[in-house]
Design a protein around this ligand. Structure first.
Ligand SMILES: Nc1ncnc2c1ncn2[C@@H]1O[C@H](COP(=O)(O)OP(=O)(O)OP(=O)(O)O)[C@@H](O)[C@H]1O
Length: 232
């Protein structure tokens, strides 16, 4: 069974107050993602990559088409009616700071999903957090700092640790390393590859950087004007 199946997904944005203009950001996107594999989406600026990522997470309501998660049609079902399913697909954004509360220490940022979803007891929390940061090679000394005291690469590790707390089946990574130096970028990409091997997590890896997408992906779809125009 596919972890994720997308059928003929369209998203049309309408803007303007007096004169309405429409932009077709997704124009019939269809693909399926097998468990434990990585689909790379390669596209230039404005091709619709982020709209696709946000639609998969259901942060944007698609105009038409279907999204099936683990066989279940989730396209128009409200989050609260889906039980644990939304937890299983997570997103990493380009800018890790956008996913973290600046007033929350790193320990609490990672503890938050554990507490909200009652994933472990209070007694188990510290061990659980140490295990999570171990998986992303984050130094425990950073746990009691605030986000502004960490580098971009360290913050992206925190974001990944937070996501891993939810035991995701699928991670949508939307340009996750494009703001990082080349050496730090390689470390983060390696962490994602290791997670895939050790945990069987499926990835949708989105980038405009062909080398990075080729290195990360089992299969690549090239996106242009909201369409997947070529498969590599
Ligand atoms: N909320 C919105 N309202 C109106 N138009 C939008 C909205 N979001 C995106 N668009 C338009 O949809 C098209 C696709 O945008 P999208 O952000 O998905 O592209 P992208 O490939 O992720 O680009 P980039 O790599 O620059 O982030 C663009 O023309 C963009 O202007």
């Amino acid at each position: 069974m596919s972890i994720l199946e997308v059928r003929n997904l369209r998203k049309v944005f309408t803007s303007g107050i007096f004169k309405k203009t429409t932009i077709t950001a997704l124009d019939g996107v269809t693909f399926s993602l097998k468990r434990g594999s990585t689909l790379g989406i390669l596209g230039s600026s404005g091709s619709g990559k982020s709209t696709l990522a946000r639609s998969l997470l259901r942060l944007i309501e698609p105009t038409s088409g279907q999204i099936l998660m683990m066989g279940q049609d989730v396209t128009h079902v409200p989050h609260h009616s889906l039980g644990w399913l939304p937890q299983k697909i997570q997103i990493i954004f380009q800018n890790p700071e956008s996913s973290l509360n600046p007033r929350m220490r790193i320990y609490d940022a990672i503890a938050e999903p554990l507490r909200i979803h009652s994933i472990c007891t209070g007694d188990e929390e510290e061990d659980h957090i140490l295990d999570l940061i171990g998986r992303v090679n984050l130094n425990p000394e950073l746990l009691f700092r605030y986000p502004f005291e960490l580098s971009g690469g360290q913050l992206q590790r925190v974001v990944i640790a937070r996501i891993l707390a939810l035991e995701p089946e699928c991670i949508v990574a939307d340009e996750p390393t494009s703001m990082l130096d080349a050496s730090v970028q390689a470390q983060i990409l390696n962490i994602m590859k290791d997670l895939q091997e050790s945990r069987g997590i499926s990835f949708i890896f989105i980038s405009h950087d062909r080398d990075v997408v080729e290195w990360m992906s089992d299969q690549i779809a090239v996106m242009e004007h909201g369409k997947l125009v070529e498969w590599i």
